[in-house]
Design a protein. Structure first.
Length: 235
């Protein structure tokens, strides 16, 4: 190939790379575009809580690393958000989660999403926790505002941490999940305390939740793609 023709053929890929760069600057990553409004409120006893949770996880699971592969849905067993947060704030050893959603669809983040939390016995080192203010599956699943916020939050978390639909589970599904398990000391603790595993967000409820979530996530993603391809996006 002649030098002139070679220069000509190199120009097009360079132009494409420059255009891709401009697009990347103009559009935030898909995960950022999916992020719903989130209020911030850190839990009490923060340094002690983190230290305790790491030691607890080492004892129960043999690791203190957090590798988010699951999003576990819960309800609080309370009628207000304040009651749930007060309970989690009783001591650094109390259970806790990353997010809570109230009846007005307000999402509050209680801890960074990339930090190991103490909320779903058997899968905690892999699970981001989302609580819904309520006392039954039926109550939460019939609250449209709360659910709309729940789907938006979960879609964003799925995108951000690359978690597939099957990685969104209910607290009531934890004991049948392949990742469920403990160290032998952990099993001894479960046995000696007579710990009873929770049943909030059962398998039946989660079948409905996941099928609605799938639709919401794809429609949100479609909307973002449409906005990005609309004329004037680059301006
Ligand atoms: Zn729960």
């Amino acid at each position: 190939m002649a030098a002139g023709a070679e220069r000509q053929s190199l120009r097009l890929p360079r132009l494409l790379i420059a255009l891709a760069g401009l697009l990347a600057l103009a559009a935030p990553p898909a995960s950022a575009a999916l992020r719903p409004p989130i209020e911030q409120q850190r839990l009490a006893f923060w340094p002690e809580r983190v230290a305790h949770t790491r030691a607890w996880s080492q004892f129960m699971y043999g690791t203190d690393l957090f590798q988010p592969r699951l999003i576990v849905q819960h309800w609080t067993e309370s009628t207000t958000q304040d009651a749930a947060i007060s309970y989690w704030n009783t001591s650094p050893e109390a259970t806790w989660v990353h997010f809570i959603i109230d009846q007005q669809g307000r999402i509050t983040q209680l801890a960074p999403a990339g930090v190991l939390a103490k909320h779903a016995f058997g899968v905690s080192p892999w699970a981001i926790g989302v609580e819904h203010v309520g006392t039954s599956d039926g109550e939460v699943m019939s609250d449209r505002q709360m659910l709309a916020a729940s789907y938006r939050l979960t879609c964003w978390l799925r995108k951000r941490f690359k978690i597939p639909l099957r990685g969104v589970i209910g607290h009531g599904e934890v004991t049948s999940h392949p990742r469920f398990g403990f160290t032998s000391e952990g099993w001894d603790w479960i046995e000696s305390t007579g710990y009873r595993f929770h049943e909030d967000f059962s398998a039946q409820t989660m079948r409905t939740y996941r099928s609605r979530l799938k639709k919401v996530c794809s429609s949100l993603t479609d909307k973002i793609l449409q906005q990005r391809s609309a004329p004037g996006t680059l301006r």
